[in-house]
Design a protein around this ligand. Structure first.
Ligand code: AN7
Length: 369
């Protein structure tokens, strides 16, 4: 069948619009370590939108363009799905029957969903009392076996690493190299959507897997000639949990952004190299600045992300005076706001009238009519 290039392009877009996005492994097969023998375990992750942020743009001014890469719109509500489709597919390929991970929440939700899809057992270790409710609800419903420990994420990770070394379970934390391979596709999508690389990429850092994966993706497209530059990688952490900024392990990390309550990042060396190679900046934002950005995103841009994700925008706002005129900036929003409903309920300035008599007069009076 003959198709003109423009028709081929049109149809391709139609297919995506009709919901036939094949998932990121099929979409980017030639860029990923998969073969025809790899069973592809997918929930159609990836292909997330780059959403303009006109109000933040206007606030910063000087012709700056801001986009939000909303990876909270993945199947389990976070960017982890990009890595998990790869990690679980590769585990399935070698005949693994069980996977294990430590998690601050999102990895456990994603691992549980993809393991279920692959017919594998999922064991997840989480820090007792520090996982947001939405994430816990997901892991429970997807059918994972949850082991909640009296310790933090770093202690949980130490245990799962040792367990995976000695028992027949596959580790799916970001130490698993397939995770970062899957996650690098987010950078491909950013370049495809912009037609070029952004000037800055602002991103939250916990274990620093995602910043390392993005950088890998940006470099690969640059080398392929799909972009003629690479961005400065701007990595941010919460000030109570900032080992990569202070340059030392944090024994008792603490932050409202429980997703990144991590004191001993496993991808530390990779992240330091990313910072150097990209001429990037690593810096902290306070919990107060995180909540401020979280509220601005929801109430000014209509984008509801979880607190850890708002770290990228909090960092952007902190560095707003250093943004070059007319720069194009992408802030990565790693997880959906519904992941952590109690944070939203406890941190808003909404008008919320309660206990109102159910009659029109009482209602219209409160409405100021
Ligand atoms: C929303 O789920 O580590 O720097 O165990 O959930 O790649 O670690 C989550 C991390 C940012 C940090 N935003 O990414 C876990 C976990 C959200 C996150 C990060 C996480 P990395």
């Amino acid at each position: 069948m003959f198709l003109s290039n423009s028709l081929r392009y049109h149809l391709r877009n139609r297919v995506i619009n009709l919901g036939c996005w094949p998932g990121l492994i099929k979409e980017y097969q030639s860029w990923l370590p998969v073969s025809d023998e790899t069973p592809i375990i997918t929930l159609k992750e990836g292909g997330t939108p780059l959403i303009p942020a006109p109000n933040i743009e206007e606030y910063i001014g000087r012709g700056v363009t801001i986009y939000l890469k909303f990876d909270g719109l993945n199947p389990t509500g976070s960017f982890k799905d990009r890595g998990m489709t790869m990690a679980i597919s590769k585990a399935k390929e070698i005949g693994s029957r069980a996977i294990i991970c430590a998690s601050t929440g999102n990895t456990s939700a994603s691992a549980a969903a993809y393991a279920c899809r692959a017919g594998m057992k999922a064991f997840v270790l989480i820090p007792d009392g520090y996982v947001a409710q939405g994430k816990l609800a997901q892991a429970l419903l997807y059918g994972a076996e949850i082991l909640s420990i009296q310790g933090n994420f770093d202690e949980a990770l130490r245990i799962v690493r040792k367990t995976a070394e000695s028992y027949p379970v596959t580790l799916v934390n970001s130490l698993n190299p397939y995770r970062l391979q899957g996650q690098k596709t987010a950078a491909f999508e950013v370049i495809e959507a912009l037609g070029k690389a952004p000037d800055w990429l602002c991103i939250p850092m916990g274990n620093a897997g995602n910043i390392s994966a993005y950088w890998m993706g940006f470099k690969e497209y640059y080398k392929a000639g799909y972009a003629n530059s690479t961005p400065r990688m701007m990595g941010f952490q919460s000030s109570g949990s900032a080992p990569l900024v202070i340059g030392a392990t944090v024994e008792n990390p603490n932050t409202i952004a429980t997703a990144i309550r991590i004191g001993r990042p496993v991808n530390r060396d990779k992240a330091i190299k990313v910072k150097k190679d990209s001429n990037g900046i690593f810096s902290t934002v306070t919990d107060k600045e995180i909540i401020k950005a979280y509220q601005i995103l929801a109430s000014r841009e209509g984008v509801f992300c979880e607190p850890a994700s708002a770290v990228s925008v909090a960092g952007l706002l902190k560095y707003r005076n250093e943004i070059p005129d007319c720069a194009v900036i992408v802030c990565v929003l790693t997880g959906h706001g519904l992941k952590d409903p109690s944070c939203a309920i406890g941190n808003n300035t909404a008008t919320f009238h309660t206990g109102i008599k159910p009659d029109i007069k009482s209602i219209t009076k409160l409405m100021g009519l």
